[in-house]
Design a protein. Sequence first.
Length: 270
Amino acid sequence: MTGRTDGSQLRLLTVHAHPDDEASKGASTVAACAGRDVHCVLVCCTGGEAGDILNPAMDRPEVRENLPEVRAEELDRAASIIGYHEVVMLGYHDSGMADDEHNAHPEAFANADLDEAVGRLVAVIRRVRPHVIVTYPDERRGYKHPDHLQVHDISLPAFEAAGVAALVSTCLDATRRHGTTVVVGVDATMATTELLPVMLALQGKRILGTLLGDCHPQRDIPMLVAAWRAGRLDLEGMVSHRLDLAEVNEGMDRLRQAAGIRTVLEVAGS
């Protein structure tokens, strides 16, 4: 199946953990979209190497010995039946359930470097340019497969980091004279864009970057703590000013002037 190449076709991207998830989660919705000429792309994060054989008819030596190959064939067949136009393998190893021996595999998805995994998904999102992305919810009380949790944990930051670099210059063009364009949450893998120095100099425009954006505490706080512990996040360096509590009005003035984005008020004796 092929889609239109003129950019007019709607595009759907789904992100799943293993082969078989595409068939058990949302298959009918994807089929309905494909039937309405929506270009559907499936990202499968692992090869399903740690899967169980639940069908007794398939529990045979040749299947057990070649499980990754069998699951890859099943994935291709299922994707074709559902109506996916493309299947993208993200390239990680199945982590298995918690406390499974596959947890220790060096290429296990659950052990993947978060920046690298997000970067792989960002590359797919930028190429496909989907109108809708379907992923897993932040649900930690039910099915706690490490790979399913990781799918959620890379999908949200990938969605936020996949903005087109050209939009930066577009936003700067739309900014009034002596105004400021603030780029929120740009990922390290963001493509370069060209800016005209004359625009900044003659029109008095500024462009700033900030880590502040929408926040998902359950996801982001553990990530930030881990980055700080690993020495990759300089929290002290992010503090722009330290003021006494009595200087709170000065802090508010700095905030209004965009001159003190991360000002810390210190209370004597605390």
